[in-house]
Ligand binder design. Sequence first.
Ligand code: SF4
Length: 240
Amino acid sequence: MAEKDQTHIVQREKEMPDQVGHDKGHPKHNYQVDLDRIIRRLERTGEVPTLLLHACCAPCSSYTIEYLSQYFKITLFYYNPNIAPAEEYQHRVNEIKRFVAEFKTKYPVTLVEGEYDPKKFYDVARGLEKEPEGGKRCRKCFELRLAESAKLAKELNCDYFTTTLTISPMKDAQVLNDVVQEQCDIYGIKRLPSDFKKKGGYKRSIQLSHEYNLYRQNFCGCVYSMREAEEREAKKERDI
Ligand code: SF4
């Protein structure tokens, strides 16, 4: 992503305190504390569980892999039928393949690419096209991607399941952890609690993206988020 796009995200992070910290005076649950507890137990016992990690893109996966591959054997599942157009999808897949091939880890990371069938996304997004990023359409999008991921976690008999999506300051960790938990309940697997933006995770992902020269997109993924990003850019230009 170009430098100005990063500035834009950091700026929006400041504008959206609810998404990164507190909700109307009520502290949000700290999923990182839960994850720290699990990791301390693994360090104590020497156990190395298997983890199905749903991946949204290479930049978000970079820090998440660096962090979790010290404690888990990871199957990284790239399942994102929401991404448009097809060239953008392919570009993101190529980047994540390159990163996984180049990045050295303590325990193995195996990348699996899911099916790219955008119709599945348009089916769940129908009627929610005008929702802003972070609204009802996004929950449906998470459910679609995480349901397929949890199914694979069950097939592979993985010990834990989670998603890289919680690294984004634009995504609500509580909603994502809830959706992961719903799928874990359906498939009888364990949720790995996550809020990967904590502990400087988001900043580290930017550093790693620079180090590995990863493509950092300026929109979330779907055609609606692309339009939203274009409108923001146009507004910025007008305001100058
Ligand atoms: S904005 Fe992102 S999370 Fe929301 S529906 Fe579009 S691709 Fe999915």
